[in-house]
Ligand binder design. Structure first.
Ligand code: NAP
Ligand code: HSE
Length: 404
């Protein structure tokens, strides 16, 4: 019997319990022993749960998991940051293997937790933290051994992609689409990180750091979310023969790199334009393998729980990549060099002030209701400082980079 301690029994945690129950016999026959969840740590012991479990399984005391020498694997599936960091740190120090779905904690403490796992000779795996159910980190770790990765692009947030798809295809209001994404279990408990792009940024930090074999920190990534997009923008973007997606991208040349997360306006027939709803996709280019594309459910109970369990299986079979997957390359961020055309819409109340922005315009799309332009190739810092100097409120404009 392989005993597991589970931390968190929400969307992901309950998915893990359900899959392990349903696939108990198959897993036992593959592994030679049963995977058994011995204890589950939650925050609120009195919460009504859809899943039926023995009362004695659930606890509020982390020590009941940590100090149980029969438990060799900890699955961390909370949305908490600092407390989960402590749980993971203590577990690794105690020599327990850790699997987490929590990208916030992986992103913030990536190097420290990875080194700690190495030092204590245990596994620290986080496949579910990027791309939900898509197996992406394991293949990426393999590909970097034989390739220089020069580019990674992805749609990495199910919630944003779901909102944009439903707004674009069905003219659903932004708030309505977000509410449904929350009900479907895609969004974080507080969806701010989803819609402001920080959830995508954390995933890109993890992907980019593995791919470039050197640290890309959260601060290295230029970030803009989808908050602020309105039906007028969608109509303008449609008229351009395009769609809009929240795209994450790292590009590197030698030791220099750019990294960004931005609403990106792309041609309707391009690859990422056809990644819809809560699906995610990651594409990367290696100098030997060429381009590889990965596609699948980016969020949701069972796809995510499946990724968590695949990490557990790798631990039991000892088939995960041993050693430190993080490289030591010194990388230089050159985001300030990025100049691209942007779609910019400003609410009509700023009409008079907007004349200054016309200097930046390559094409004027609308001057009547809201004002919309396509800019020349400019740096985002230039546009943002102009917008700020004109006193335009954050919720009164929308900016999307245009990829031709
Ligand atoms: P969730 O539904 O909000 O569930 C979180 C669970 O963690 C709850 O059971 C909660 O306890 C428990 N919890 C929260 N803080 C805790 C603490 N300090 N100590 C112990 N237990 C605590 O969240 P989720 O959607 O399952 O997501 C879990 C993690 O997976 C997050 O990091 C998320 O980013 C990541 N993830 C989610 C998805 C997805 O599609 N949902 C996909 C990929 C990754 P109570 O039940 O008692 O409140
Ligand atoms: N909130 C995240 C998303 C969950 O919507 O993509 C998966 O990481």
């Amino acid at each position: 019997m392989i005993n597991i301690g589970l931390i968190g029994l929400g969307t992901v945690g309950s998915g893990v319990v359900e899959i392990l129950n349903k696939r108990k016999d198959e897993l036992k026959s593959i592994l030679g022993s049963e995977l058994f969840i011995k204890r589950i740590l939650v925050k609120n012991i009195n919460k009504k749960r859809d899943i039926s479990l023995g009362k004695s399984l659930i606890t509020l005391e982390f020590d009941e998991i940590l100090k149980d020498s029969d438990i060799s694997i900890i699955i961390e599936a909370t949305g908490d940051l600092e407390e989960s960091y402590n749980y993971i740190k203590k577990s690794l120090k105690a020599g327990k293997n850790v699997v987490t779905a929590n990208k916030a904690v992986v992103s913030k403490y990536f190097e420290e937790l990875t080194n700690m796992a190495n030092k204590n000779n245990c596994a620290f795996l986080y496949e579910a933290s990027v791309g939900g159910g898509i197996p992406i980190l394991k293949p990426l770790k393999e590909v970097v051994a034989t390739n220089e990765i020069t580019q990674i692009q992805g749609i990495l947030n199910g919630t944003c992609n779901y909102i944009l798809t439903r707004m674009f295809d069905e003219k659903l209001a932004y708030e309505e689409a977000l509410k449904i994404a929350q009900e479907l279990g895609y969004a974080e408990l507080d969806p701010t990180a989803d819609i402001e792009g920080y959830d995508t940024l954390r995933k890109l930090r993890i992907l980019g750091t593995i791919a470039l074999k050197g640290k890309i920190s959260e601060e290295d990534i230029l970030v803009r979310g989808i908050k602020g997009i309105i039906p007028f923008d969608i109509e303008q973007i449609k008229n351009l023969g395009c769609t809009v997606k929240l795209i994450a991208e790292v590009k590197s040349t030698g030791d220099k790199f750019t990294a960004m997360v931005q609403p990106t306006i792309i041609k309707k027939n391009s690859y990422f334009a056809n990644v819809n709803m809560a699906f995610n996709s990651v594409a990367f280019i290696g100098n030997n393998v060429g381009e590889l594309k990965f596609y699948g459910s980016g969020a949701g109970k069972f796809p995510t729980a499946n990724a968590v369990i695949s990490d557990v299986l790798d631990i039991v079979k000892s088939s995960y990549r041993k050693g430190n997957p993080l490289g030591t390359r010194k990388l230089k961020n050159i985001n300030e060099k990025i100049e691209e055309p942007y779609y910019l819409r400003v609410s009509s109340e700023y009409k008079k002030k907007f004349t200054i922005l016309y200097d930046m315009a390559d094409e004027i799309l609308s001057t009547t209701d809201n004002i919309a332009i396509i800019t020349k190739e400019v740096s985002i810092q230039n546009i943002l400082s102009l917008i700020s100097s004109l006193g335009i409120d954050d919720d009164k404009y929308f900016l999307g980079r245009i990829v031709k």
